[in-house]
Design a protein around this ligand. Structure first.
Ligand SMILES: [Zn+2]
Ligand SMILES: [Zn+2]
Length: 416
């Protein structure tokens, strides 16, 4: 391997012979990486003027692309800009990077010492601008009691530091929790009581107590960056209904807070998804009595879109419903204005309702042609207007016809 200079940070680097379109470097700061000829040609322009921040971001990103894996980081023209623009971590995250890296060096020798002398490498590992900041971060981490200085540049991780690294309780669950209930026996008595959690229930409409019937967590990591995906099968304590909750945790989303004694604690960054998704608007019961299959299909899709907060799609679906309802009531018309006018003439809607439905049609048209996304409140009004029309024209009309037919006629008076 020839000695050369790192094209990213300018530190001394070893350069291995080119393989295909890649140049291979082993930089004392950025670590091992390979970079395509195109990305290499783009670099001087991206690092114009030797902007230390861009160099620090790119160096940190490259270091983390490879940490903990056998592979070298792969830099190419596609990911170069993304790597160079990823912001440097905040101080708490930098402390976590430092502690995790120290823990990696120590492995199971938790009382051991780690030498923090190589500040050039630490700049990229921790994600600071430069070596002075590494010095500052080490001092702060020591002042906060997370690491303890032994001699010169040797540090130990303190009990507080090990606590900081300990995964939050939710992550300590075993990878597989046996289901507390077997599929062959619907309501068996089990030895271990199911775990109780608070979860959203669509049927009960809000947060309810629920029991965790089964759970599975999949963990992953890329060196210092970790993630997990956990699926829980929940049974609502109110209605016995089943649902699935997915919790995706990503270490880069973690935030740091203080407990009541002022000690730093990590709040795990978790994104929660429910299946079926949380219902934002309940379907009215009379929808089931609509007889037109097209209306039913579109209204079902409208509710799926509403539940998933797809406002453009919801708005287009509402306009399609209006179009279909109008066609069923007054037949084919050349455009929406004529359709609404004909509906008014035939007294299916009032003049006031016509104006409201014209707004619904315009909003749907703007969504279809220009991607207009109404707010949740506006969508609420749109869906109210269209549902009122459907209910009156297709369900109440039929109910009143049935009522008229089943009401006994007043007996005719016999002529005197
Ligand atoms: Zn470098
Ligand atoms: Zn429920």
């Amino acid at each position: 391997m020839a000695t050369s200079k790192c094209p990213v940070c300018g530190s001394p680097a070893k350069q291995a012979p080119t393989t295909g379109d890649f140049e291979n470097f082993e930089c004392s700061r950025c670590g091992k990486f390979e970079i395509t000829g195109t990305a290499l040609a783009m670099l001087p322009h991206r690092l114009e003027g030797g902007d230390v921040k861009t160099v620090a971001r790119l160096s940190h990103s490259i270091r983390h692309l490879r940490v903990g894996t056998e592979d070298v980081a792969k830099v190419n023209s596609v990911n170069l800009d993304e790597l160079a623009s990823a912001p440097l971590p905040n101080v708490q995250r930098q402390m976590t990077h430092l502690l995790k890296w120290m823990a990696q060096q120590l492995q199971d020798d938790e009382l051991g010492e780690v030498n923090l002398e190589d500040q050039k490498a630490l700049t990229a590992i921790i994600g600071t601008i430069d070596e002075d900041r590494v010095d500052e971060l080490i001092n702060r981490t020591a002042r906060d009691g997370l690491i303890e200085n032994e001699v010169l540049d040797s540090y130990r991780i303190s009990n507080l530091g090990w606590d900081w690294l300990r995964p939050p309780a939710s992550r300590e669950e075993p990878v597989i929790q046996p289901a507390t209930q077997t599929p062959t026996s619907p309501t068996p008595e089990t030895d271990t009581p199911a775990k109780k959690v608070k979860a959203h229930c669509n049927a009960c409409g809000g947060m309810r107590n629920a029991e965790v019937r089964a759970s599975f967590t999949d963990f992953g990591n890329d060196g210092l960056i970790e993630w997990s995906t956990k699926f829980d099968t929940l049974q609502c304590s109110g209605c016995d209904g089943l649902s699935v909750r997915k919790e995706h945790w990503f270490s880069e989303w973690d935030t740091v807070d203080e407990d009541e004694r002022g000690r730093p604690i990590i709040i795990p960054g978790v994104e929660t998804t429910h299946y079926p998704a949380k219902t934002v608007r309940k379907q009215p019961a009379w929808l089931g009595s609509l007889s037109d299959q097209t209306l039913l299909t579109v209204i079902n899709e409208l509710y799926i879109a509403l539940t998933n907060e797809l406002s453009v799609v919801s708005s287009i679906a509402a306009r399609t419903l209006l179009d279909r309802a109008g066609f069923l009531l007054v037949g084919d018309q050349p455009n929406f204005a004529k359709l609404l006018a004909e509906m008014e003439t035939q007294r299916f809607i009032s003049g006031q309702e016509k104006d409201i439905l014209a707004v619904v049609a315009d909003a749907g048209s703007a969504s279809a042609h220009r991607g207009y996304a109404p707010t949740a409140e506006q969508l609420g009004h749109i869906v109210d207007a269209i549902e009122m029309l459907l209910q009156r024209s297709f369900t109440m009309k039929r109910a009143s016809d049935e009522l008229r037919n089943s009401t006994p006629q007043r007996p005719k008076k016999s002529k005197p």
